[in-house]
Design a protein around this ligand. Structure first.
Ligand code: SF4
Length: 286
């Protein structure tokens, strides 16, 4: 895990625990496990291709969570198609520009991953976990989860304990040690959905551009990716779209391409799905 004694202004948030940001990370089933199949109707997730009991249990929890989510109008998720990512990092840059982030804050970060001697890029935003450890450890309830599945931070009540940063297994959070850089005049005051400008002494993270979603607009990383790697999806309406305007039936897309989730075994139930495609084996024991 990243050395928390290092000032984050000097070292951006590190890679997923146990990995060195400068070394390609091993891609294995341990890190990125196949999880889901989906039914076409209504976007409800179903369980297919159970590879073991633990996976079946996880899928059961996912299915019930989605059933709950269907009570809401939307259940937002992302799909990241690793087959077409060229590692240009324009997703990172687009996000930084939109949220006027200091350069060390990469709310979506592209990690070098390794599989059988080959390196490939893997963008990692907040996983918008259905069981978010960051939320459970917040001593003042500043991190909350909307009924549409977005994990957000209320910077007005955040006391900067950084417990959430330690709890997040995806290193998705950043502490604002200093006043944020001067920002362009914003039309609206900061909100958890659009926390710009950020506040010194609080924690920031990827928000899936939650202020854009109700208007049918794409998150900055989605529209900024020239390869169409990143899809914003809705499990309720069963649709996902990328920055090239390619629209897919979400359930079919995930199922057909053996979508997986990152660090499935931790039980956080990410709402971010990956499509592998670099020859990675997703079979048991790989
Ligand atoms: Fe919280 Fe980290 Fe999960 Fe995002 S990825 S919801 S910050 S635990």
């Amino acid at each position: 895990m990243q050395d928390r004694t290092t000032h984050p202004e000097e070292q951006p948030a590190g890679p997923p625990p146990g990995n060195d940001p400068d070394k390609p990370q091993a891609f294995s089933r341990r890190n990125l496990l196949a999880t889901l199949g989906v039914t076409a109707a209504g976007g409800a997730l179903a369980m297919v291709n159970y590879r073991d009991d633990a996976q079946a249990a996880t899928m059961s929890r996912t299915a019930s969570a989605i059933a709950d989510a269907k009570a809401a109008k939307h259940a937002w998720c992302m799909v990241i198609d690793l087959r077409v990512c060229d590692g240009c990092k324009l997703c990172t840059l687009s996000c930084q520009q939109r949220h006027q982030l200091p350069k060390e804050q990469t709310w979506i970060k592209v990690y070098p991953m390794e599989h059988e001697g080959q390196t490939f890029p893997m963008p990692v935003p907040c996983m918008m976990c259905e069981d978010p450890p960051c939320m459970y450890v917040c001593p003042v309830g500043s991190t909350f989860r909307t009924d549409e599945g977005l994990v957000l931070v209320d910077q007005d009540t955040c006391i900067g304990s950084r417990a959430c940063m330690a709890a997040c297994p995806y290193e998705a959070r950043y502490f604002n040690w200093k006043e944020p850089p001067p920002v362009k005049k914003m039309p609206l005051p900061p909100t958890p959905q659009m926390p710009v400008p950020q506040q010194k002494g609080t924690v920031g993270k990827c928000v899936y551009c939650a202020d854009r979603l109700p208007n049918g607009e794409l998150p900055a990383c989605v529209s900024g990716c020239p390869m169409g790697v990143i899809y914003i999806g809705d499990l309720v309406t069963d649709v996902a779209v990328n920055g090239l305007g390619e629209t897919v039936v979400l359930s079919e897309f995930l199922h057909k391409n053996d979508a997986v989730r990152y660090k499935e075994e931790l039980g956080t139930n990410p709402r971010c799905y990956y499509i592998a495609g670099h020859g990675q084996s997703l079979g048991a024991g790989s």
